[in-house]
Design a protein around this ligand. Structure first.
Ligand code: DQA
Length: 149
C-alpha cells in the first residue's frame, strides 16, 4: 500500500512560522515522524510540499493515476482553491483523502472556517498539531478502514 502526503503553501516554514499557532516542529521533523510510522506499518510513502498550486495539482493527479490514498494539509489553499477541490474529487472517487490541519481552523478567523475540500474528504483532522498526520495515517492503516484495500 502507498500513501502520498501533500503539504501546501507556507508549510515549509513550520518551526519558524507563528510557533504560537503551529508549534516548533519542522516539516522535516514531521516527514521523519510520519515515515517512521509508515515504515512500521509497511506503507510506501511519498512526502511532498509545494508553495505552488499547479505543483500540488500535478501531485494529486499523479496520485489519482496511481490509485493511491492522499493525506493533505492544503494550507491556505483549503480556503481558496476550487482547482484543488476538483483534483481531489478524483482521489475521493478512488482510495480517498484525509484533510489535516495542525491548528484548529474552527477556532480561528472566520475565513478559515470554510474549506473547499472537506465535503470530498473521508474525514478532517484539525487542531491536534503534528499528531493529525499520524491520526490520518492510522486511519488508512487500521483494519476497519473501508478503503484499506
Ligand atoms: C493550516 C491552516 C490554514 O488555515 C493555514 O492557511 C495554514 C495551515 C493548518 O495546518 O493549521 O497554512 O492548514
Amino acid at each position: 500500500m502507498k500513501i502520498v502526503v501533500v503539504n501546501g503553501p507556507n508549510l515549509n516554514r513550520l518551526g519558524k512560522r507563528q510557533p504560537e499557532i503551529y508549534g516548533t516542529t519542522t516539516l522535516a521533523d514531521i516527514e521523519k515522524l510520519v515515515r517512521s510510522h509508515a515504515d512500521a506499518a509497511g506503507i510506501e510513502l511519498d512526502f511532498v510540499q509545494s508553495n505552488h498550486e499547479g505543483v500540488l495539482l500535478d501531485t494529486v493527479h499523479a496520485a489519482a493515476d496511481e490509485g493511491v490514498a492522499v493525506i493533505i494539509n492544503p494550507g491556505a489553499f483549503t480556503h481558496t482553491s476550487v482547482a484543488l477541490r476538483d483534483a481531489l474529487a478524483e482521489i475521493a472517487d478512488g482510495k480517498g483523502f484525509v484533510e489535516v490541519h495542525i491548528s484548529n481552523v474552527h477556532a480561528r478567523e472566520e475565513f478559515r472556517q470554510h474549506s473547499f475540500l472537506s465535503d470530498k474528504a473521508i474525514g478532517v483532522v484539525a487542531g491536534l498539531g503534528v499528531y493529525g498526520y499520524i491520526a490520518a495515517l492510522g486511519y488508512f492503516t487500521q483494519d476497519l478502514a473501508p478503503k484499506n484495500a
